[in-house]
Design a protein around this ligand. Structure first.
Ligand code: HEC
Ligand code: HEC
Ligand code: HEC
Ligand code: HEC
Ligand code: HEC
Ligand code: HEC
Ligand code: HEC
Length: 498
């Protein structure tokens, strides 16, 4: 009897001690242990596939170091002496990019928050834009902030082209001014395509009384204006079918898109997968929601699939004020999931079924053609896509009478060098190289005059293409009809007639 009592008391004490210990174990130790466990199993898998003995040795040492590693507070000391501890929990987070190394930039410069705190709630208080620091409503603080070295980042520079934070807010992709002006003219509210009262950075959805109180105004706001803009617009995601509560009514997809939004800079610069889920090594993000980039990584190599989160997803009906997702969406998503979209996939997936294009409009990626000002704006508030697009077919191909416009690089401060810094696939640019210039004066720095040929390197894949010139060819174009629609009368490939 006495013995059992003693045993029971001992057990009780043990339980209390364990419980107390649990309480005192800070959560960051758990995230770190999870991270070590994950690294260990990854290394074990890797070891099973490797034969090279030096490599094997190296991996075994790495493995041993994780097996004995104890969680500890991670103090990131920045060049200005400030200390940040975010990585104590976010131990596995990827480096965001080569031009923003974490040991000089830290985390708070982009994210805000309280970098000394080891408590989740306090650490995250006043973070810019939650998990999306590039959202246009906070981008002036994050991307437009001042670096640890005191240098202004993506705003406040002498050169306008480097103030992306200000430019993007004027882009028609942020304001949806094109959609507003077309529909308002169609209903007779405006005689010209000007949109009265449109302001920079304004979200299309918040434009007051777009249809002056007509019964279909609400549908216009909900199904058209709220979608696909870069200032927090819903993205018409194809994964709505996976949603346990899909509110898909009459071809309208509304439900899941609540969670997935176009968040300013990252909607282009942080690549996503079709499920919009994070698959990186940060163990705190394991149970995270959808609506994230694939990994913590910024890029300027933006493939067409990223642009097509918004573009070519379906059709807006301006009379019914509804959006219908394209009928072959399942195939499009499956090809994207498979990872490697080949030529036949591209032919079918790139544009909506039935659309007509020339070969280059599919073999190249969107950003191999569309210039910096086309995608990030030029500080003017355009109200039609036609005015906003700077690029023309003749910028690369010339006409029957003219070769395309060119420029010889003479100065190392030339804007053309800018992209070389951020893009590893970029063809090396040297003083004396001859590149193409658009009629509107923008450089196409990824083109080169090589011997008698013009060669273009894809900014996304690095693949090279020879640009055929119209001058001296058998092309039957008319000099006066240089718009893409005119070219497509003859150069009329489509998914069904490639
Ligand atoms: C150059 C700016 C920049 C820096 C520096 C930066 N981040 Fe981020 N971070 C971003 C952007 C942009 C996103 C949004 C990605 C998205 O939309 O999926 C992000 C997202 C995240 C996420 C959510 C997971 C994800 O990838 O979506 C975490 C966690 C995070 N950052 C932690 C950190 C930590 C910790 C540091 C410091 C070691 C850091 N970040 C440094 C820009 C930055
Ligand atoms: C005590 C641990 C802890 C610390 C310290 C911490 N975080 Fe987090 N963080 C988390 C966890 C856990 C999540 C996952 C989301 C959640 O559970 O709220 C997260 C999520 C995030 C996200 C995504 C948020 C979202 O809503 O999508 C970002 C961005 C982020 N953290 C950045 C930071 C930055 C920057 C710091 C430093 C200033 C920091 N974190 C410090 C634990 C921490
Ligand atoms: C968040 C959604 C979204 C993403 C992502 C997106 N776009 Fe757009 N884009 C739009 C919308 C919406 C319009 C039309 C706005 C209007 O007419 O009011 C547009 C218009 C355009 C235009 C014509 C107007 C202009 O500014 O030149 C081009 C070109 C364009 N997008 C290219 C791209 C490229 C290239 C990418 C990828 C790098 C991309 N878009 C990614 C939503 C998006
Ligand atoms: C619609 C897609 C899109 C959005 C949104 C976008 N960018 Fe870009 N960005 C691009 C493309 C494409 C390039 C490469 C363009 C080039 O250099 O001609 C680029 C290049 C850049 C560069 C590198 C300079 C260079 O030329 O390589 C910086 C810096 C940049 N963007 C910052 C931003 C910031 C900050 C935001 C948010 C305020 C933003 N971008 C939003 C598409 C986008
Ligand atoms: C071979 C170069 C090329 C490629 C690749 C390309 N575009 Fe274009 N795009 C153009 C040209 C040139 C125009 C101007 C057309 C004209 O003359 O009217 C244009 C016009 C546009 C417009 C304005 C509306 C319209 O249809 O005329 C949008 C939006 C657009 N492109 C988006 C995209 C997106 C998104 C991608 C990738 C999915 C893409 N483009 C790929 C060359 C290209
Ligand atoms: C940024 C430069 C660039 C722009 C802008 C451009 N192209 Fe091309 N074009 C190319 C390249 C590169 C090739 C070779 C493509 C290949 O080999 O797949 C090409 C090939 C072609 C060809 C010959 C192949 C075929 O389709 O039979 C035609 C025709 C053509 N382009 C028409 C157009 C039209 C129409 C436009 C405007 C909508 C346009 N291009 C805009 C670069 C461009
Ligand atoms: C009336 C029909 C017609 C129209 C309109 C037309 N083309 Fe052509 N194009 C042709 C024919 C035919 C060829 C010669 C094809 C061949 O040699 O196989 C050609 C050749 C070309 C080539 C050279 C292809 C090569 O492989 O050498 C380019 C580039 C081109 N066209 C671009 C354009 C552009 C850009 C436009 C619009 C401004 C345009 N074309 C409008 C009929 C047309």
């Amino acid at each position: 009897m006495k013995k059992t009592f003693l045993l029971a008391s001992l057990l009780l004490i043990l339980i209390v001690i364990l419980a107390l210990k649990q309480e005192n174990t800070p959560s960051w130790t758990r995230y770190q242990r999870d991270y070590f466990t994950e690294q260990i199993s990854k290394l074990q898998v890797q070891l099973g596939t490797i034969n090279d003995s030096t490599k094997k040795n190296q991996l075994q040492q790495e493995l041993a170091s994780y097996q004995t590693r104890k969680p500890e507070i991670i103090n990131l000391v920045l060049p200005n002496g400030k200390v940040e501890r975010c990585k104590t929990c976010h131990i596995g987070i990827e480096e965001i990019s080569n031009s923003h190394p974490s040991n000089t930039f830290g985390c708070a410069v982009c994210h805000g928050g309280n970098p000394l705190s080891l408590d989740k709630t306090t650490a995250h208080a006043q973070m810019y834009g939650g998990g999306h620091p590039g959202s246009l409503d906070v981008a002036s603080l994050s991307c437009g902030g001042t670096g640890a070295n005191g240098v202004a980042c993506h705003t406040g520079n002498h050169e306008q082209a480097k103030n992306e934070v200000d430019l993007v807010k004027t882009s028609i992709m942020s304001t949806k001014a094109g959609e507003l002006s077309v529909v308002r003219m169609m209903f007779g509210f405006d005689k010209t395509k000007d949109v009265p009262g449109l302001t920079k950075g304004q979200v299309g959805f918040l434009y007051p009384n777009p249809l002056q109180g007509r019964p279909n105004e609400k549908d216009f706001q909900q199904n058209c204006l709220s979608q696909c803009h870069q200032s927090g617009g819903d993205i018409p995601t194809p994964i709505a079918t996976k949603n346990p509560h899909p509110e898909v009514t009459q071809g309208k997809v509304q439900a899941e898109s609540k969670a997935i939004q176009g968040n300013g800079c990252e909607v282009c610069h942080v690549l996503t997968n079709p499920t919009h889920t994070y698959i990186g090594a940060d163990t705190t993000m394991k149970s995270s929601n959808i609506g994230r980039g694939k990994v913590h990584s910024l890029t300027t190599q933006i493939p067409y699939t990223q642009c097509n989160q918004c573009h070519n997803q379906g059709n807006h009906d301006p009379l019914k004020m509804s959006f219908a997702i394209r009928s072959d969406m399942t195939k499009v998503v499956n090809d994207w999931k498979a990872g490697d979209t080949n030529w036949l996939d591209r032919l079918k997936d790139y544009y909506l079924p039935g659309e007509i294009f020339a070969q280059c409009e599919v073999s190249l990626d969107c950003i191999d053609c569309h210039t910096r000002q086309d995608v990030m704006g030029d500080n003017k508030l355009y109200t039609s896509q036609y005015d906003a697009v700077h690029l023309q077919c003749q910028d690369c191909h010339g006409t029957k009478e003219k070769l395309p416009q060119t420029k010889i690089i003479k100065d190392t401060n030339d804007l053309a060098f800018e992209e070389q810094i951020t893009n590893s696939k970029f063809p090396e640019l040297k003083i004396g190289n001859e590149i193409l210039m658009t009629a509107k004066g923008e450089e196409l720095p990824f083109t080169r005059h090589q011997g008698n040929d013009w060669v273009q390197s894809s900014r996304v894949t690095g693949k090279t293409f020879k640009i055929p010139l119209v001058y001296g060819s058998k092309c039957q174009q008319s000099l006066m009809e240089q718009g893409a629609d005119s070219c497509h009368k003859c150069h009329n490939r489509s998914a069904s007639h490639p």
